[in-house]
Unconditional design. Structure first.
Length: 275
């Protein structure tokens, strides 16, 4: 693949994602003020010193937006990686084993998917201690049900192919078949799904923070910033619109990259050759 073959829309998405990660990694160096530093009056409008103005407590919105990128991306990425690891391992195990294991895993997954995700998360987070580890695990477990559904579907298609049957006849174990035969040949749709799940995790985390059960203050995250400044909209203050626009922009950038990946890999061609 040559760089000039990448479409403009994909470049927009790549640059947007890269910018968000640069802000997250180098937040203390980039942000003009501290994450919780009060620097002026409440809801002070934007000027030459405060690019996006100040929030409901007099903190610099640009600085909190940069620090919020670190929190939002870390939690969303960690939850997505865990959900994918859990969902793929269980779904591939079910597809290879079939029988009772497949039935038990699949029916339990259907049961979990039948419960509204947001309601389930709100109930669990209201009961458990509110910290990053619990938040990430709850998001990951809920999201892994969607990953399981896709993983099982693509794994079943590959599991009946000749090279998998040949591996079984050679006496290869389940671990070998999953990681050396099935996984390389399902990477294309799974990578695209990873991007979609990552975008969903960002939106889901922002929703939880807006409802008060996500990232807890004074730590900055984009959903929490919308919640803190939502009352200002009544008075014509745009402090809540900036983090809202950041959430929307990042989700769009991820989807642009995912759309490009889906167009490049429209079939189940994985690591064995023609990707």
């Amino acid at each position: 693949m040559r760089l000039r073959d990448i479409p403009i829309t994909a470049w927009v998405g790549i640059i947007g994602i890269a910018l968000a990660f640069i802000c997250a990694i180098f937040a203390p160096l980039i942000a003009p003020f501290g994450e919780t530093e009060v620097v002026g009056n409440v809801w002070q409008p934007a000027d030459a010193q405060y690019f996006f103005g100040l929030d409901n407590l007099g903190r610099d919105i640009l600085s909190r937006l940069i620090y919020g990128a670190r929190t939002t991306l870390f939690v969303a990425l960690a939850a997505t990686i865990i959900s994918f690891s859990l969902g793929i391992i269980l779904s591939f195990t079910a597809a290879v084993s079939r029988g009772l294991i497949d039935t038990v895993f699949s029916r339990f997954n259907d049961l979990m998917m039948s419960i509204p995700t947001l309601i389930f998360a709100l109930v669990v987070l209201a009961v458990l201690p509110q910290n990053l580890v619990v938040l990430i695990l709850v998001m990951a477990i809920l999201d892994s049900t969607r990953v399981y559904r896709l993983g099982r579907a693509v794994a079943l298609d590959v599991a009946v192919m000749e090279f998998v049957e040949a591996a079984k006849l050679r006496g290869e174990g389940r671990v070998w078949i999953i990681f050396r035969e099935i996984l390389p040949n399902t990477l294309s749709p799974l990578l695209a799904e990873f991007g979609l799940r990552f975008a969903f995790s960002i939106l889901f985390l922002s929703t939880l923070s807006f409802l008060g059960l996500g990232i807890q203050p004074p730590s900055a995250d984009w959903g929490g910033m919308v919640k803190d400044n939502k009352d200002g909209i009544i008075f014509g203050i745009s402090a809540a619109l900036v983090p809202g626009a950041a959430i929307a922009a990042l989700a769009v950038c991820v989807n642009l990259v995912v759309d490009w990946l889906l167009k490049r890999t429209s079939s189940l061609k994985g690591g064995r050759g023609d990707a």
